[in-house]
Design a protein around this ligand. Structure first.
Ligand code: XUL
Length: 572
């Protein structure tokens, strides 16, 4: 019973999770705190507050303290023996920033084990809120970031991404303008990930080498802050002041930041040799939920959709994101991040249930049935046109298009593309079309990174792993395999929604138990039990089908360009 345990936390938009694994990577405890359902004293909705007039979305930092108090209490109640915990790491929603006040270090150092974190750290912040990744208040600042190095291409080349509203650099620049006095009083700025690590350490933790890439401030190839971007971001306050607030960025994702603070030893019984390992972003942590190989892809099907790959190639583009890999120097994380995903599919699901006047016990039953009965691309026969559409209930990031729906037909033999609902049997045809639309967009944007698995096969991922709520849906898995390929098939992770917290816990295992020079992939790969941890849920590559969808990718690209052009014409 005294074998070591490791905790990974996941501080996401709507909840905080704590997940405990042993050295064999098996999950032993999970505790959850749902912000809307379990918190008290915060007028939040879906974990955040909104100031619609300025397109601001933000979260109260004290809410997260309340959540951490409660998750630790919950783990204690479940019987976790904290003295067995040898390492702690965490994942945080990316891009969010926390503004510490002048007395933060002192308050963190002197934590009193007789009190909750919430009661004694409320005064540690110069600003009570953390700008959230859903915020879109920084258009002006994004324009300045995109222009700073010439154009969005050069910014992406340097920092891994073009400017995005949610990225921390543009957010900080806006903060210097909106709250100049508070900015000056701010002693340090944390990301959500390093904020959590700071609580456990009892002093401000540095940024993580992967999560720092979500700021538009880090020059990935130089391995240092980008001087021009820092200068822009510091506003009227000067570069040195900003650099002091941001702090150093250690390169080793498994670094021992220090022992857990005495507060946790006294209050919960943690061992004094329990060590804090850098916390990373939620997406980087997700790729650590398994020993992901460079040719594997992960698709996270949640409220939003993200597509993640670990890759040795650094090929930045304004439409995508590159981050340093959270554990392995020389590798990068490639990411696509869509605002639309689950919500868009739910709209179609509900429309189909309404049209059929049915409320099935399993709400997805009709959607799945219809999606699987509909032929690929809605083509009744080989010569009928392909049905393609865009379904965005919210303003989309990839590509940057306002909310709306567009339906087209495309004839691959002539290249004729027509915006029309002729031939569409709605809403039924939309079940397959929406899943196809989401998967074709992923294939279009990731095709430069995949390779041929050999035997004359077209380039594609080796495996496709699905995680998040939508991964339970077999129709989605089947269509994902037909479009994205995957020579070995489509897999689901056994831990469902917990991939991100699990990745954080595995990061702690690796940080503490690695041999000198041992990579994350090697350590986790040796201990990972494929038969127990994943399940094959659909075929991947199917000859003919994959190639046929290749033609749809071309039509899809044209369709997006046409819609983007229409949007540009409307504005002009
Ligand atoms: C990634 C992004 C979101 C957040 C919240 O760029 O903004 O995925 O990390 O999950």
């Amino acid at each position: 019973m005294s074998s070591p345990l490791y905790i990974g936390f996941d501080l996401s938009t709507q909840q905080l999770k704590g997940l405990v694994v042993n050295s064999e990577l098996k999950v032993e405890y999970v505790a959850k705190f749902d912000f809307d359902a379990d918190s008290h004293g915060f007028p939040i909705k879906k974990g955040v507050l909104n100031n619609e007039a300025e397109h601001e979305v933000f979260a109260p930092v004290a809410l997260w303290l309340q959540a951490l108090d409660s998750v630790l209490e919950n783990l204690r109640k479940q019987g976790l023996d904290f003295s067995r915990v040898k390492g702690i790491s965490a994942a945080g929603q990316q891009h969010g920033s926390v503004y510490w006040g002048p007395n933060a270090e002192q308050l963190l150092r002197n934590l009193d084990a007789g009190k909750s974190l919430e009661t004694q750290l409320e005064g540690a912040f110069s600003h009570p809120y953390s700008p959230n990744w859903q915020d879109s208040s920084t258009q002006q600042e994004c324009n300045e970031f995109d222009a700073a190095l010439g154009d969005p291409e050069h910014l992406a080349q340097a920092s891994g991404s073009k400017a995005h509203h949610r990225f921390t650099g543009p957010q900080i620049l806006r903060f210097t303008r909106k709250h100049p006095d508070v900015y000056q009083k701010t002693s340090r700025i944390s990301l959500v990930s390093s904020f959590l690590a700071s609580l456990f350490l009892g002093h401000i933790a540095p940024f993580d080498i992967s999560d720092v890439c979500g700021m538009n401030l880090w020059n990935i190839k130089k391995g240092a802050y980008d001087d021009q971007l820092i200068e822009l971001c510091s506003g009227v306050f000067g570069v040195e002041e900003l650099k002091r607030k941001l702090g150093e960025v250690p390169e080793d994702g498994g670094l021992h930041l220090g022992p857990v603070h005495a507060y946790f030893v006294e209050r919960f019984g943690f061992s004094t040799d329990c060590t804090v390992i850098p916390a990373t972003g939620d997406n980087p942590a997700t790729i650590l939920a398994l020993p992901l190989r460079p040719s594997d892809a992960m698709v996270s099907l949640g409220t939003s959709t993200t597509f993640l790959m670990s890759t040795p190639s650094y090929k930045p583009d304004p439409a995508t994101h590159f981050f340093n890999h959270p554990t392995t120097p020389g590798l990068y994380m490639f990411m696509l991040c869509y605002k639309n995903g689950g919500l868009a599919r739910e709209h179609v699901r509900d429309a189909i249930n309404d049209a059929l006047k049915d409320t099935p016990a399993q709400p997805w039953a009709n959607f799945d049935k219809v999606a699987l009965q509909t032929p690929a691309l809605g083509q009744q026969n080989a010569s009928s046109p392909m049905k393609l559409g865009l379904f965005f209930p919210r303003h989309e990031i990839v590509p940057n298009i306002r909310k709306g729906q567009w339906r087209f037909t495309y004839d691959p033999s002539t290249g004729a593309l027509k915006e029309t609902t002729d031939g569409w049997n709605n809403p039924q045809d939309e079940a397959r079309a929406i899943v196809e639309s989401q998967m074709i967009s992923l294939r279009l944007r990731s095709r430069g990174l995949t390779q041929s698995p050999g035997d004359g096969l077209p380039s594609q991922p080796r495996r496709v792993y699905l995680v998040g709520g939508g991964s339970k849906n077999k129709a989605i898995a089947k269509i994902a395999g037909e479009i994205l390929g995957g020579v070995e098939g489509v897999y689901q992770l056994d831990i469902g929604d917990n991939a991100c917290a699990l990745g954080a816990a595995y990061k702690a295992v690796w940080g503490i138990e690695r041999q000198p020079g041992q990579t994350f992939e090697s350590l986790i790969g040796e201990r990972w039990k494929e038969e127990e941890f994943i399940e094959k849920i659909a075929d991947g590559y199917q000859k003919g089908v994959y190639e046929h969808y290749g033609k749809a990718v071309e039509g899809f690209e044209k369709m997006e360009q046409q819609v983007l052009q229409q949007e540009a014409d409307m504005i002009a």
